[in-house]
Design a protein around this ligand. Structure first.
Ligand code: 4GX
Length: 243
């Protein structure tokens, strides 16, 4: 897979993708990440990339010409063009999995009050938001999506990391985990975790996951019958309390 990021500040994100798990994936040629500096595509002698919005209103917009030139220089038949914007479709793990199968993704990173609508109409396949909050620019959203997508490309995660991935890929929030010591500043590890009874530990973890998901993220459970969840909890409780 190739990812192109069109931005005014490549150096702001480059260090992240050059290091860690993503950097290793790039080194192993599992993905290629390329930065396109928008300013280099300005036709203006002052390298201007922004202008005032027609009709008035606050702030500046990225002008269409530099974006047109930048996109045209990299766009291919199979490119999927994403524009980061607070009004886009919400980015989810499901979308990450979808994007991970694409051959070429182009991110357009907006600044100021966004970009000229005609660039969106001409080139953008999807407007995407990473969540309901407003950032100063689209660099972090592009980086977040790149990170979530890259780790799903086969081989990017090591075998150990992949095993963890598999055990996390349910709709439930993660159960609490503990490492040594057994007692830390008076706080003990739950007895069941130390029992060595793997069936009980598994049941306890699932029950904790369900409880936490009900408490914090009921929205993740809307497709499941609440009677089914109740029955499952009773079953897990029985396993946990078995003599
Ligand atoms: N998820 N931002 C885009 C520029 C902008 C302003 C107005 C369109 C309209 C964001 C988010 C996000 C900040 C990136 C504003 N674009 N992007 N930028 N949340 O907040 O994706």
């Amino acid at each position: 897979m190739k990812i192109d990021i069109i931005t005014l500040f490549p150096e702001l994100i480059e260090t992240y993708t050059n290091n860690g798990i993503i950097g290793r994936g790039v080194e192993n040629n599992l993905l290629k990440i390329n930065y396109v500096n928008l300013r280099e595509f300005s036709e203006d002698k002052h390298k201007k990339v922004d202008d005032y919005p027609y009709g008035g209103g606050p702030g500046m917009l990225l002008k269409p010409e530099p974006l047109y030139n930048a996109i045209s220089s990299i766009k291919r038949e199979n490119s999927y063009v994403i524009y980061l914007s607070p009004k886009g479709n919400l980015f989810t793990q499901q979308k990450a999995a979808e994007y991970a199968s694409y051959e070429h993704i182009i991110f357009i990173v907006g600044h100021y009050e966004g970009i000229d609508q005609r660039i969106i109409d001409m080139f953008v396949d999807e407007e995407v938001s990473i969540g309901d909050y407003v950032l100063t620019s689209g660099e972090l959203p592009a980086l977040i999506i790149t990170d979530a997508v890259a780790r799903l490309i086969p081989g990017v995660l090591g075998s150990m990391e992949s095993i963890v991935e598999e055990s996390h890929s349910s709709n439930l929030l993660e159960y609490p985990q503990y490492t040594r010591p057994e007692e830390f500043m008076g706080h003990k590890v739950p007895e069941i975790i130390l029992s060595g009874n793997h069936q009980k530990i598994k049941a306890w973890r699932e029950l904790k996951s369900i409880e936490l998901t009900i408490e914090r993220r009921k929205d993740k459970l809307i497709d499941i019958d609440s009677k089914e969840i109740e029955k499952r909890c009773e079953k897990l409780d029985k396993i946990i309390k078995r003599g």
